[in-house]
Design a protein around this ligand. Sequence first.
Ligand code: HEC
Ligand code: HEC
Ligand code: HEC
Ligand code: HEC
Length: 340
Amino acid sequence: MKDVWIVAIPFVFVLVLAAMSDWDHPPIDSTQKGFRGTGMVQVDNPRTEADLAERNQVWESYGRVEPGGPPAGEVYENVQVLGALSQDQFDHLMLSITTWVSPEEGCAYCHNEENLAADDVYTKIVSRRMIQMTQTINSEWDTHVGGAGVNCFTCHRGQHVPEYVWVEEDHQKETTGGFSARRNNQNLGVEVTGYSSLPYDALMRYLTKDDVEIRVAALAALPTTEGGESIQKTESTYSLMVHMSEGLGVNCTYCHNSRAFGDWEQSTPQRMTAWHGIEMVQNLNEEYLIPLQSALPENRLGPEGDAPKAMCTTCHQGIPKPMYGANALEDHPELGAPVQ
Ligand code: HEC
Ligand code: HEC
Ligand code: HEC
Ligand code: HEC
């Protein structure tokens, strides 16, 4: 009997250590976000904060170019979107987008260097659409981004394809074998659900179409025969919420009073901003990113052949205001709205 303990004690000790390795140790900061006594606090860890600050440094600024001088549309041959800018402003934007999207390859990443007017490099076609998308975000979604605004760097951070994008996954086809041969889109430890057992198709469900309801809480105390929501829809809603919390690096109580998740009156103003954010992401995916599929080479598409899409993390990257709220349009007001 004694021998069992000799083995068991170190074994349990190692297990406990392994479990603790993921714990946050003090000091931990907390900030009150809602009414007193409702537990609506935001918990932050100063060590993680330092790491986030390091990863969310702003772009390099080349200052601002004032309008004036000949319009780019007259100087150059094939300017379809930015023709009304002055040549100086246009060149200045070309320089900035190079540092935002392709700092290593430079102009050649989007251009045939023999002929800058040619549209033969696919990245140039995509960029033209990206410019329009950025202008739409800033002009039509100020309910969400108003204040800071966004530029290419908000998503790209010096990379060709933003780090945080998503495509349709083909996990569905992987079977688990035995009785539960189909996963039913869940029970797979993937990042998007915060490694929970929740469905991983929530982004497909809620971030591509704008006619879906994200409302699952019962409005009456007892179960009714009408209007109830399925367990799957409820789980998908929670999965989306996990994504939103992780994407912004916040707790559920940043937006909700957890005694009544559905009640807007008890929610914080940030929940309203988030609501517009959901609508915005649906619109960006539907109008811009999904249709770009036909312009992209195969190696950029997902296993199911769809184009990479945006989600909360694409811009937020772990913090409540992307780039800590830095003004993204200060040097480039032309990205604020379509230029006439
Ligand atoms: C990320 C993609 C991208 C990069 C990098 C880029 N460009 Fe462009 N460039 C474009 C797009 C898109 C257009 C077309 C804009 C339009 O239609 O309004 C364009 C058009 C131009 C034109 C107009 C050509 C003509 O005659 O029609 C010039 C000149 C130009 N770029 C110069 C540059 C220079 C110089 C660099 C490097 C400092 C550069 N570009 C880097 C995407 C890019
Ligand atoms: C809301 C986030 C977002 C913003 C803002 C944004 N992009 Fe993108 N960009 C994406 C996503 C998502 C992809 C991947 C899907 C695709 O290629 O269509 C992408 C892909 C691209 C690609 C293709 C890269 C490759 O190698 O295949 C280029 C080029 C590009 N963006 C340029 C730009 C430029 C220039 C701007 C600013 C005018 C910009 N993007 C602003 C999200 C964004
Ligand atoms: C950034 C803000 C934000 C965060 C963080 C957040 N939510 Fe939400 N939540 C919303 C918004 C906005 C809606 C409403 C969506 C709609 O109505 O289209 C919502 C809806 C819900 C609903 C459905 C309410 C109803 O009316 O049926 C539940 C349940 C919910 N959230 C739970 C959670 C949980 C659990 C977490 C933490 C894991 C969380 N939320 C984190 C913003 C947030
Ligand atoms: C195109 C980039 C982009 C995407 C995608 C995006 N956001 Fe935002 N979001 C922003 C910007 C920029 C701000 C800051 C606006 C400001 O300065 O007030 C912001 C602010 C917010 C805020 C307010 C934070 C605060 O403390 O006041 C919330 C909440 C939020 N976003 C939630 C979301 C959610 C949820 C999603 C995904 C459904 C999302 N966002 C997707 C760009 C984005």
